[in-house]
Design a protein around this ligand. Structure first.
Ligand code: SF4
Ligand code: SF4
Length: 169
């Protein structure tokens, strides 16, 4: 079993709605490299969160978030791979090995209408098998990202809406 050890990066890169904490800013309750100062009373979204590196020992050791500067999480029942990047190293997801891994994930996700989304603070970037698409400030409360396959071209089209409701077909 892996443990977080001195990693606390998710307390920086993720948005925490219950605390009104924006993505990419350290939580005021985080003691960097040590842990949560309000561990017993931390919000539910913190309690239930675990990154992919922590959950899967087959995930490369060098991808430990405190080293890679990226927190990767499975969300929406596996429908989304969220890639949360430390804004102090905003190109960390473009390192060749990491980028190749994200593209492989994008190919797998595309086969089941799933997503791979890079988040850097409020900004979201869809990683698709054939391209990357900058979605702008989509990582904020009330925004939702939808994929839809164009039946004529086979191309995946990405849309950001103002609610979790799916866009009209
Ligand atoms: S990013 Fe992963 S390894 Fe790091 S503290 Fe969060 S859950 Fe633990
Ligand atoms: S409340 Fe604790 S676990 Fe949640 S983001 Fe803040 S420091 Fe991290």
């Amino acid at each position: 079993m892996r443990s977080c050890g001195s990693c606390t990066l998710c307390c920086k890169v993720l948005r925490v709605e219950a605390l009104d904490k924006p993505a990419g800013a350290w939580c005021p309750s985080c003691r960097k490299g040590i842990g949560c100062e309000i561990y017993e009373t931390r919000p539910g979204e913190c309690r239930t969160f675990g990154c992919l590196w922590l959950a899967d020992e087959q995930f490369p050791a060098e991808m430990k978030p405190e080293r890679s500067k990226i927190v990767i999480a499975l969300e929406s029942g596996g429908g989304r791979v969220g890639v949360y990047v430390d804004p102090d190293t905003p190109t960390a997801w473009k390192r060749p090995e990491t980028y190749a891994m994200l593209k492989r994930m994008a190919a797998v996700q595309a086969g089941r209408r799933g997503q791979v989304i890079v988040f850097i603070r409020d900004r979201a970037i869809a990683v698709l098998p054939d391209r990357d698409e900058d979605l702008g400030a989509a990582n904020v409360a009330g925004k939702a990202i939808h994929y839809r396959q164009n039946m004529m071209t086979g191309r995946i089209e990405v849309e950001v809406t103002d609610s979790a409701a799916a866009p009209a077909a």
